[in-house]
Design a protein around this ligand. Structure first.
Ligand code: SIN
Length: 285
C-alpha cells in the first residue's frame, strides 16, 4: 500500500523500515520544501530509495551536500577525479565484496557517519541486494531490565581489526580497499543506546563489524552480551531488503540502522558510487 505526502509517492519496503520514494528527479534543482519533505520521510523510514535516476558524480555530490559535509573515505577506492565518491566495485573474478557483514558505517569515528548515499551504476542480473535492520526496533523490543542495564553503558568501536595493519590481504584489496592501514587508528567510544539527534528516538548503537567491547569490560567479557544483542537485532522481522536496479539511489541513516551487502552474485559485475555524510557526536539523551 503506498501513501502520498505532497508530490512524493511512498511505498514501504517492509513493515519495519525502508521506503521507496517515487516522483522525484534528483538531477533537478530541489526546493527547500521538497528537501524537507524527503528528510521527514527519511527520518520516519531510516532507509529511502529513488529508482531510475540519471546522475553525474557532480549531481550525486550536490544531493549529498544538502545533508551535510561529505566524508572522504579513507579505506575505499575513490572515483577518478571525484575523491568524495567511493567506488564499491566487485568484478566477475572477485570473491569478496565490500560490506558483507552487518555493520554501521564509520562507527569507529568520533563523529560517526550520518548517512551513506549509494548510487547503482552496474548491477548483476540477479543477487547483490542489500539488507537493512532497524536499530530502533532492536532497542524498543528489548526487556525493561536490559534497557536499564544498557542505558548507562558505553561501547568501544575500532577500525583496526578491519582496515588496520595485517588486515589487507590481496583479495580484499582487489575488491576495492586501498591499503591505508595508517588511517585505521581512530577508535571511538559511544553510548550503547543513543538518542537519535533528528528523530529523538532511542536506538541500539553497537554493530558486529566495528564494536569491539564495552567500556570498562574486556573484549572477552563483552562478547556474550554483544552476541546476544547482535542475534536479537538481526532478526528478520527488524529488516528490509533492497533489490537494486541500475539508476537506483538509496540512502540510509547510520545512527538508526545496520546494513549488509549480500555476496551472492559471483561471476558478475556490480559497481556502486557511495558518498558518506559526516555526523555529529552521539549522545545518550
Ligand atoms: C556498504 O556501504 O557497506 C556497501 C553496501 C552495498 O554495496 O550494498
Amino acid at each position: 500500500m503506498s501513501s502520498s505526502s505532497s508530490s512524493l509517492r511512498i511505498q514501504p519496503l517492509s513493515g519495519t523500515l525502508g521506503a521507496e520514494i517515487a516522483g522525484v528527479n534528483l538531477a533537478e534543482p530541489m526546493s527547500e520544501r521538497l528537501f524537507e519533505e524527503i528528510r521527514a520521510v527519511f527520518y520516519r523510514y531510516q532507509v529511502i530509495c529513488f529508482r531510475d535516476q540519471k546522475l553525474t558524480p557532480e549531481q550525486q555530490i550536490a544531493f549529498a551536500q544538502r545533508w551535510g559535509t561529505i566524508n572522504v573515505n579513507r579505506f575505499f577506492a575513490r572515483l577518478k577525479d571525484y575523491p568524495m565518491v567511493a567506488e564499491i566495485r566487485k568484478e566477475p573474478e572477485h570473491k569478496l565484496n565490500i560490506g558483507a557483514d552487518w555493520h554501521t558505517d564509520h562507527s569507529y569515528d568520533t563523529n560517526p557517519a550520518f548517512t551513506s548515499i549509494l548510487y547503482a551504476k552496474i548491477v548483476p542480473d540477479f543477487g547483490g541486494d542489500t539488507l537493512f535492520a532497524s536499530m530502533y526496533a532492536a532497542y524498543e523490543t528489548l526487556s525493561k531490565g536490559m534497557k536499564e542495564t544498557l542505558s548507562s553503558m558505553n561501547a568501544r568501536h575500532s577500525s583496526r581489526h578491519v582496515f588496520g595493519y595485517g588486515t589487507t590481504d590481496l583479495e580484499s584489496r582487489k575488491t576495492g580497499r586501498i591499503n591505508n592501514p595508517r588511517q585505521a587508528t581512530q577508535d571511538a567510544v559511544h553510548p550503547v543506546v543513543i538518542t537519535h539527534p533528528g528523530s529523538g528516538r532511542k536506538a541500539l548503537y553497537v554493530n558486529p563489524d566495528f564494536t569491539v567491547g564495552f567500556e570498562g569490560w574486556t573484549d572477552e567479557e563483552s562478547k556474550p552480551l554483544l552476541e546476544y544483542l547482535y542475534k536479537h537485532a538481526g532478526q528478520p522481522k527488524f529488516t528490509c531488503r533492497l533489490s537494486w536496479t541500475e539508476g537506483t539511489l538509496a540512502m540510509w541513516d547510520n545512527r538508526a540502522t545496520w546494513h549488509c551487502a549480500l555476496n551472492d552474485y559471483h561471476g558478475q559485475r556490480r559497481v556502486m558510487h557511495r558518498i558518506t555524510v559526516e555526523g555529529e557526536p552521539l549522545s545518550r539523551v
